[in-house]
Design a protein around this ligand. Sequence first.
Ligand SMILES: Nc1nc2c(ncn2[C@@H]2O[C@H](COP(=O)(O)OP(=O)(O)OP(=O)(O)O)[C@@H](O)[C@H]2O)c(=O)[nH]1
Ligand SMILES: [Mg+2]
Length: 315
Amino acid sequence: MSEELIQKLLEGDKRAIAKAISLVENEPNNAKQLIKEIYPYTGNSYVIGITGAPGTGKSTLIAKLIPEFLKEKKRVGVLLIDPSSPFSGGAIFGNRIRMSDLTNDENVYIRSMATRGMLGGVSRATSDAIKIFDASGKEIIIIETVGTGQVDVDVFNKVHTNVVITVPGLGDYVQTLKAGILEIADIFVVNKADRENADRTVSDLEEMLSIGPKKEWKVPIIKTIATEGKGIDKLYYEIKRHQNYLMTSNLMQEKQKKICYSDLIDIIEQGIRNKVQDKVKSKKFDEILGRIISKEIDPYSASEEILNNGKREIR
Ligand SMILES: Nc1nc2c(ncn2[C@@H]2O[C@H](COP(=O)(O)OP(=O)(O)OP(=O)(O)O)[C@@H](O)[C@H]2O)c(=O)[nH]1
Ligand SMILES: [Mg+2]
């Protein structure tokens, strides 16, 4: 990316943001250089995760939540991480539709990221996109992800406030995610509260939360009807309250440290994985593979030979 484009990105230019995120999606190596250059300009955003099973109403809810931030003159970036799973193939389209009213607002930037076939890993791309939004001056960043464990984006390691959405009748879903979901939720939303059994879902959640270890932050459970904009004010209030809670304790620094930690580990892991790929593509690898097949060498010794650049491990 040219100096000029970086300058534009820092000024919040939508086209520059779009280019930068495309770089992250398609050319991870060039994106690396970009992130290095913009990193000093990051650190001013508040990041909110909206996680939930497909179709629970995440996009509808986000579309209703954005205006609340706009009222406060905040600039908002939204990243929709579209699952690659076949059963929610229509997600990109649905997400766009639900937010189409907002895309023309100069203070809102909405971007989907398709995870299918992405080079360099979804987790990396997500962290990089957050940095791009951050450097471009978005004070609020909202990340929509499907929390089914299918798309392995541990988004809760990248956000300040994680909102987990469920709907009435998704009891089994909540059950299966039980342990994990309790750990990662800062706020629970029971959306589609116009449906039967919403109160039952709330009390099920309450019960689950009461079993878990007591924490200083009591996870609120909010009922919403996203399609009608009901309960959005409460959700907005709780997000603010959680932000305030982090800010007024030293938890914000802890959170920041956790985010940087997982980011760094992620980058190191990706680097090692790339190195493995390089090794696999080498001629030497093919040759050693042949030797394993013909029993000339066992796979452990072979891997030692590869990792030590041809030398056997000496004991
Ligand atoms: N009855 C009812 N329907 C809702 C509510 N909120 C959203 N929906 C509907 O649920 C469907 C899915 O909504 P989305 O906002 O696309 O859900 P999502 O979680 O973003 O879906 P994916 O991105 O595909 O995972 C749409 O048809 C919405 O109109 C609600 O509170 N009540
Ligand atoms: Mg959606």
